[in-house]
Design a protein around this ligand. Structure first.
Ligand code: T46
Length: 139
């Protein structure tokens, strides 16, 4: 059902005596075209973000500073990830409920997205998400 599998990927680090550089290119490092970039920062203690799924959107999350926890849920199973390195990216496909929490004070989450912003692509109610998945699974 997911066009891309949710998974953590290693990003290619180019480094020299001046520091590090990580390029992320469509078609090379990720298998979708990047139409939008946004980033999350300034999260307070105890905050939970996400709590929604997307019908079509594919994304790569990179925590460029600090750390946070991400729980991904396909309606059957949940998988927990700790993002704490700018050298890792979490690929999230469509039809995946996500919850982000435990943000460190210095956390910055950069997101590369396959589509422009479209509120119509969001499923923001968990019950609706489970129904949506059940409908897809049953044909
Ligand atoms: C996701 C996680 C990781 C826009 O106007 N344009 C945008 O490109 C985005 C992403 C959001 N917005 C508006 C919509 C809301 O009024 O900004 C506000 C906050 O968005 P939201 O509550 O959806 O933020 P998060 O952190 O819960 O979720 C965001 C993305 O929306 C979502 O796609 O996967 O980050």
């Amino acid at each position: 059902m997911n066009i891309i599998r949710n998974k953590m990927i290693d990003l290619k680090v180019l480094g020299d005596g001046r520091g590090n550089l990580i390029p992320i290119e469509s078609g090379h490092d990720i298998n979708f075209d990047i139409k939008r970039v946004y980033y999350l920062f300034g999260m307070q203690d105890g905050v939970v973000r996400g709590l929604h799924a997307h019908k079509k959107l594919k994304q790569l999350l990179v925590v460029t500073s600090g750390s946070c926890k991400v729980v991904l849920d396909n309606g059957l199973d949940k998988q927990e990830y700790v993002l704490s390195s700018p050298e890792k990216g979490l690929l999230i496909g469509p039809n995946t409920w996500r919850e982000m929490s435990q943000f460190s004070q210095d956390c910055v989450v950069m997101v590369l997205a396959s589509e422009h912003y479209d509120e119509g692509d969001y499923i923001r109610n968990y019950g609706d998400f489970l129904e949506y998945i059940a409908d897809k699974t049953n044909g």
